[in-house]
Design a binder for this molecule. Sequence first.
Ligand SMILES: NC(=O)c1ccc[n+]([C@@H]2O[C@H](COP(=O)([O-])OP(=O)(O)OC[C@H]3O[C@@H](n4cnc5c(N)ncnc54)[C@H](OP(=O)(O)O)[C@@H]3O)[C@@H](O)[C@H]2O)c1
Length: 266
Amino acid sequence: MSNLFDLTGKAAVVVGGAGGIGQSLAQGLVEAGATVVISSRREDALKTAVAEIKAATGKEVFYAAGDATDEADVEKLLASAIAQAGKISILVNAQGFNKKQDALDFDIAVFNQMLTANITSFMVTAKVFGKHFKENGYGKIINLSSVRGKIATKGPGNAGYCATKGAVDMLTKQLASEYGPFGVTVNAIGPNITATPMMVEIFKKRAEDAGVSVEQYLKEQGAGLPMRRMATPEDCVGTVVYLAAPASDFLTGNILYPDGGLTAIG
Ligand SMILES: NC(=O)c1ccc[n+]([C@@H]2O[C@H](COP(=O)([O-])OP(=O)(O)OC[C@H]3O[C@@H](n4cnc5c(N)ncnc54)[C@H](OP(=O)(O)O)[C@@H]3O)[C@@H](O)[C@H]2O)c1
């Protein structure tokens, strides 16, 4: 039982791997011993993330650009990842976006974009990588959900985001049921709000509405949590390494919350 958290010899694909949380997760998986391929749509962002992870770890990291909502792109991503890193056994879905609008005025085109980016893409990657994992008799799928898959916000704005994250939770459970017989675990993590590129505009607006600076807004958000601070992207790393590692081989269909205690009191 000495290698419970060791990913040496394993290869992982992190979709959204140039994003705020995804890049931290990619780096954490590299540090745990895995060979990592990151993916998202913008090649320039991927190149920057690869260089930063390499500078931080001294390890080679690979990338393949593509749109995770597009099945043909995801087929290409899998082929490219195997060509660069060998047999893949870990898939992290860290893609998505967040747009806040009051339900009464929600732009349905934006709602549909959120469904496609935040849930359809998770299904597409799980379908394509699931076949590869089934062939290999082993695999780990880790989906980025959110505390907003479990608890709504008091104020308006989160109809799209909450709906898609609730869907991620149920997709995770159903896939766990279908893929378990092939030796594949499927779990999700539900972080609390974290300062990443996805949240910059949202934080600005909320701070403006509250008449405080962004720094003050973030400080107040953290102060309301049992752990008394805001989340950082690194707060998700330990949970994801656990879900990627042999330590979690009998854990499937679960949503784990590295959320500073929000769901305990929410
Ligand atoms: N930040 C938070 O407060 C928070 C809290 C809980 C959960 N989460 C979840 O954590 C995940 C990562 O969020 P983040 O805060 O790190 O966001 P982020 O910094 O905006 O990163 C999102 C990443 O997803 C990629 N992406 C978006 N659509 C894509 C698509 N169709 N195909 C491939 N890649 C795509 C983006 O790159 P391109 O645009 O180049 O494709 C980007 O690399 C999301 O699922 C989010 O919902 C975030």
